[in-house]
Each structure stands twice: as structure tokens, then as C-alpha cells.
Design a protein around this ligand. Structure first.
Ligand SMILES: [Cu+2]
Length: 344
């Protein structure tokens, strides 16, 4: 079954705090300027400003009270719906997401996600930002809403309600984890021994609001594993990678700002196509992280294979180096092939 990829929430409900974007300009601005104004002019300016405000508010209220289109999801408190043509306000820092098929990019401004610990009214709160290098531990965190309450309603996307990526800042040591949630909204997952260094975690999830609206969010936070950190240089760019005797290779040339198909093929040691098994609702799962700021890219898989090939659609947000991580499953074992990609 085709499932919605994690970056395209079909409903695109706007969080309540998006209304902050509609804050009207302060009336006093109208009376500003270097020239001193007399009291009457100031009063007039305030009156005019007030009228303009009243008109703006009336317009906004009119929109809120407009008859609901039964084909659309219910309006949120901000009065915005997914069907208002992208003209509504978004909270600063809202990640890239989709409204009626049109991509709306906020915050980072270029389509990379996971650069912020708080976005779209949600905040990632790790319980243990410091880990002990070299010893197995546990990663625990909550997702809190804009009233500091732990969120407990999540949509299952790619077979899981929560996807966590952990990677060291030099883009080594990639882990793709699926924590479990306690009733109080605390997520936890065992974490194997980590090499010392500065690590980054991403929580990739879709919340479900009381009205059923869904918001797809990727939040990121730094984790520290104290110890002697020797960053590894990024391996050279390549379109094939070998892991445990399997070779994954792709064709396609990513471009800045344009969605381009990358077609992956996995072969076994004998050179024949490996019998890929569905994993996370697809025949592979691909994450790309940007060198320099560790911006996180959603990469959307085609739900069906094209012969032996699995296709992912990648939009490079800008030139630079990326590390791509392809999870695939053969014989019940999930492996990760890693590629360095240079986008000109
Ligand atoms: Cu996952």
C-alpha cells in the first residue's frame, strides 16, 4: 500500500500558535519617524491605525466564519485550513511541509529539516543529553506541545509512530531507531555503545490533533558522549556502497531545488539482485544529512519497485556534501548502505 511519506502530511493542519504570524503592526508605527509630531497628528494617526486594524481583524474574522467546505478539514483556531491556498500564516520555524500539493518551506528556508529543537509548536525534550561513551545506554525523550504538555497522539508513518536518527556530527555512526512510548509520553530506546563525540538526534514524527489534523515535524537536538573525539573525514563521493557483502548502487544526479529520482539497486555477493523485503512500508528507507549543519532531508520512496530498482525522490536544498543512508532488508536483517553525495 502506498503510504504517505513522512514529509507530506496530507492534511497540513496549522498549529494554534501560527496565529502569531497575523499579529497586526503596532499602531504607533504610523506616528514614527524622525520628525516630531504634535498631539493632534498623533491622535489622528492612532485613530486611522485603529480603523485599519479593525478592518484587518474584521477580514480575518470573516475568513474564520466563512462557511466550511465539507471537503476540507475543520479550521483550526487560527482560522486556517489546508485548503486556503497557502495564504495562511505559519509559525516561525515550521518545517517544510505540503498544502494541497504545494511545498511550503519555513524556518531553515531551504527544505532541510531537523535544525531546530522546537518547531511548529512542538519541542523535543531529551531526558539525557549526555551519554556515556563506550557503554550501552538508553535514549529517552518527550515531545511537548506549546503548553509544555507531553504529546501522546502520533500517527503511524512508515510503519512506526516515531523514527529516531542518531548520528555523530562527523556523519559517522548512523543509527535509525524506533523507540516505544510510555503512557506519559516518554519515548525510550536502547542505545548501543557510542564513540566519544558530539552527536545529533532527530525525532521524525507526525502528531494527531484533537480534530484529527496531522502535523509532520522533524526536531533535532545535540547529544554529547564525552571523551577524546577524533572526527573522521567524510568519505569520497560514490554512487555505490558495500555492506556485509551486499552492494547498493544508484543512478540519478540530484539537483538543487528540483525533485530528482534516484534509482537504487541492491545486489548480493554473486552479483544477482538481492531479494529485498519490505521494511518500514517500502523496499528501503533513505535519509540524507547535510555536511556542515546536519540538515535533515526527507527522501520520499516510490511505493512500488520498478523491476529490481527502488526509486526515491530527492530534492537537494543547496550545493554541498550530503551523506545518504539507505536502510534495506534482506533475509530479515536490516542493513544500511552509506553514500557521500556532492551536489554541485
Ligand atoms: Cu524509522
Amino acid at each position: 500500500m502506498p503510504e504517505s511519506s513522512s514529509g507530506t502530511s496530507g492534511t497540513g493542519v496549522v498549529p494554534d500558535d501560527a496565529v502569531a504570524g497575523a499579529t497586526p503592526p503596532r499602531a504607533g508605527v504610523a506616528a514614527g519617524g524622525p520628525v516630531a509630531v504634535d498631539r493632534e497628528t498623533l491622535r489622528l494617526a492612532l485613530v486611522v491605525g485603529g480603523l485599519v486594524l479593525a478592518v484587518l481583524l474584521g477580514f480575518g474574522l470573516g475568513r474564520m466564519n466563512a462557511p466550511a467546505d465539507p471537503a476540507r478539514p475543520a479550521a483550526t483556531a487560527s482560522g486556517a485550513t489546508a485548503g486556503d491556498g497557502g495564504m495562511h500564516a505559519h509559525a516561525p520555524g515550521t518545517g517544510a511541509h505540503t498544502h494541497d500539493g504545494a511545498s511550503v518551506t519555513q524556518g531553515g528556508g531551504d527544505g532541510a529539516a531537523g535544525l531546530s529543537i522546537t518547531s511548529a509548536g512542538y519541542t523535543l525534550v531529551p531526558s539525557n543529553a549526555e551519554l556515556t561513551a563506550g557503554r550501552a545506554g538508553e535514549l529517552r525523550f518527550q515531545i511537548r506541545d506549546d503548553r509544555r504538555r507531553a504529546v501522546t497522539r502520533f500517527a503511524v508513518v512508515h510503519d512506526k509512530p516515531m523514527h529516531v536518527i542518531v548520528v555523530r556530527r562527523d556523519l559517522s555512526g548512523y543509527l535509525h531507531l524506533h523507540p516505544t512510548m510510555a503512557a506519559d509520553g516518554t519515548w525510550s530506546v536502547p542505545l548501543g555503545p557510542l564513540d566519544p563525540g558530539s552527536w545529533r538526534m532527530y525525532a521524525d514524527f507526525t502528531t494527531v490533533a484533537d480534530d484529527g489534523g496531522q502535523v509532520a515535524v522533524v526536531l533535532g537536538a545535540d547529544l554529547a558522549a564525552p571523551g577524546a573525539y577524533r572526527p573522521r573525514p567524510l568519505p569520497a563521493a560514490a554512487t555505490s556502497a558495500t555492506v556485509d557483502g551486499f552492494t547498493a548502487a544508484y543512478t540519478g544526479t540530484p539537483e538543487v531545488g528540483r525533485s530528482v529520482p534516484l534509482r537504487f539497486r541492491v545486489t548480493g555477493a554473486d552479483g544477482a539482485a538481492a531479494p529485498l523485503e519490505p521494511y518500514l512500508g517500502a523496499y528501503g528507507h533513505l535519509v540524507a544529512l547535510r555536511e556542515g549543519d546536519l540538515g535533515y532531508l526527507h527522501v520520499h520512496p516510490e511505493p512500488v519497485r520498478d523491476g529490481d530498482e527502488v526509486t526515491f525522490w530527492l530534492t537537494a536544498p543547496g550545493p554541498g556534501n550530503y551523506r545518504m543512508f539507505l536502510d534495506f532488508q534482506v533475509g530479515g536483517v536490516v542493513r544500511t548502505a552509506e553514500f557521500t553525495l556532492t551536489v554541485a
